[in-house]
Write a protein that binds this ligand. Structure first.
Ligand code: NAD
Length: 497
């Protein structure tokens, strides 16, 4: 069995074994690795390495930083399959899906390679007689990232390439459930020429996170994970004077109007509901049908679910893999039971699924629950599994009210052939990312990603231009050089001119 190590100062460092976690192959249910849970002293060691590296890295020229990022981009590109295999082995998602994840992370690295352009400031000549004003954006210091299990390569890549490109140093605390992709990424970054201490990876649980939140040498925290933890991270981090962005859980709705292309809507609902076994923060978990859309749509959704091939992510014909742990699988299955108990109708029930030769794997089939009401537990909680709920409504107004009354606001979509209805929806819906006939509206690396309401605490979205803003602070300089005009002491604000 493999033992995972921390990564500090560009080398692996064995962690304390006082408290450890288990990494599973979710397709077989077997334990494949032991991961150390960092102690407070180990967190301090990683932060000290990052702090020491900061002045040198901050003053490294933009073109040198860019070269290292280009080299990192090439290495990640070359190792896409190695990274993807680690994701499938520890998370369980299918290999093509894992490759897609690495690709989306790569996009952010590619965005970060533009750093000389992205950090350009403003300059105004002669704001007053012989006085110029300009702005520069400077890095914050040591930034920390705390990331979830569901995108073990991509979500960290939403953070550290941009933070580091901006001149910060970084300590990443990835999910303890699937830590290996972060280790390979760190090795590749070192191979690309990143100086010691600029990127560090520390494994652990809440003990490590609490220390990062209060550590005086941490300037900024980026978090992605569930809503209760995000709220805690935001409140605690800001209380300790840090800049915090905390992206959180979700319940994403997809409205289907009666005029929609029902084949497109059915393909989209199944792909977005069951891709990665529903363990995506942008997964569609509720289909909100309007009028008779449900009767036209649901037979098509059922047909597609029946054809889904659930199996180990490494097998080429698998379309949906297992869930992350046995506990999570059982929790999701209990939601299906609760939904039926509370009055929902199971059009398909994934609880009976058995994957041959993988009886100990954490598999659950796709479940479609019809006639779900907004006061049911299946509607109110984030399930984070292969369960698609259908809420039937009589009108567009009722449908959008369902979405806007929901506390989360990560992603949403509308399926219609009516441009006016789509435009009205995009204007009225209280959600941060909106798809029009697109079920999972995740922006590319040169835009920014971020939900609203309980899906995002703090006022920054992540990566793209907002990432540059988050990881830098602006400084404004007002300068006068030639032949200063000595006007004598004047305690008033200067007048224009
Ligand atoms: P999680 O909140 O359990 O864990 C996220 C991170 O926080 C992990 O590194 C974990 O070790 C740490 N953590 C867990 N409990 C903690 C605690 N009590 N105190 C301090 N740290 C703690 O989330 P998860 O189960 O790994 O990931 C799934 C969740 O992440 C879902 O809710 C999903 O919607 C959300 N998510 C959101 C986005 C987004 O962009 N909004 C993206 C991906 C995942």
């Amino acid at each position: 069995m493999k033992t995972i190590e921390h990564w500090i100062n560009n080398k692996p460092v064995a962690g304390s074994t006082d408290r450890t976690g288990r990494v599973y192959d979710p397709a077989t249910g077997r334990v494949t690795a032991e991961v150390p849970f960092a102690t407070v002293e180990e967190v301090d060691l990683a932060v000290a390495a990052a702090r020491e590296a900061f002045p040198g890295w901050r003053d490294t020229s933009l073109t040198r930083r860019q070269k290292i990022l280009f080299a990192f981009r090439e290495l990640v590109d070359r190792h896409q399959e190695d990274l993807a295999k680690l994701l499938t082995a520890e998370h369980g998602k299918t290999l093509p899906d894992a490759l897609g994840e690495v690709n989306r992370g790569l996009e952010v690295i590619e965005f970060a390679t533009n750093i000389p352009h992205l950090l350009k400031g403003d300059f105004s000549e002669n704001v007053s007689s012989a006085v110029d004003t300009y702005t520069i954006r400077q890095p914050l210091g040591v930034a920390a990232g705390i990331t979830p299990f569901n995108f073990p390569a991509m979500v960290p890549m939403w953070m550290y390439p941009i933070a580091i490109a901006c001149g910060n140093t970084f300590v990443l605390k990835p999910s303890e459930k699937d830590p290996s992709a972060s280790m390979l990424s760190a090795e590749l970054f070192a191979e690309a020429g990143l100086p010691d201490g600029v990127f560090n990876v520390l494994h652990g649980d809440r003990v490590a996170v609490e220390r990062l939140l209060e550590h005086p040498d941490i300037a900024a925290i980026s978090f992605v994970g569930s809503t209760p933890v995000a709220r805690h991270i935001y409140e605690t981090g800001t209380r300790h004077g840090k800049r915090v962005q905390a992206l959180a859980g979700a319940k994403n709705h997809m409205i289907v109007l009666p005029d929609a292309d029902m084949d497109l809507a059915a393909d989209s609902a199944v792909s977005a509901g069951f891709g990665s076994a529903g363990e995506r923060c942008m997964a569609i978990s509720v289909v909100v049908t309007v009028g008779d859309a449900a009767d036209k749509l649901l037979p098509k959704v059922k047909e597609r679910i029946a054809a889904l091939k659930v199996g180990p992510g490494m097998e080429s014909d698998s379309e949906m893999g297992p869930l992350i742990t046995k506990e999570h699988r059982d929790r999701v299955a209990s939601y299906v039971a609760k939904g039926i108990e509370e009055g929902a109708e199971a059009l398909t029930d994934g609880r009976d699924l058995i994957v041959a030769d993988h009886e100990e794997g954490f598999f659950l089939g796709a479940t479609l629950l019809d006639h779900v009401k907004t006061d049911m537990t299946v509607y109110q909680d984030e399930i984070f599994g292969p369960v698609l709920s259908v809420v039937r409504t009589d009108s567009y107004q009722e449908a959008i009210r369902v979405i806007n009354d929901n506390p989360w606001g990560n992603g949403t979509a509308i399926f219609t052939n009516d441009g006016g209805a789509a435009r009205k929806f995009q204007n009225e819906v209280e959600v941060g990312m909106v798809g029009i006939n697109v079920p999972i509206p995740v922006p590319l690396g040169f835009y920014s990603f971020g939900g609203w309401k309980d899906s995002n605490f703090g006022d920054h979205s992540i990566y793209g231009p907002e990432g540059i803003h988050f990881y830098t602070r602006p400084k404004v300089v007002i300068s006068r050089w030639p032949e200063p005009i000595h006007r004598g002491v004047d305690l008033g604000f200067p007048q224009h001119g």
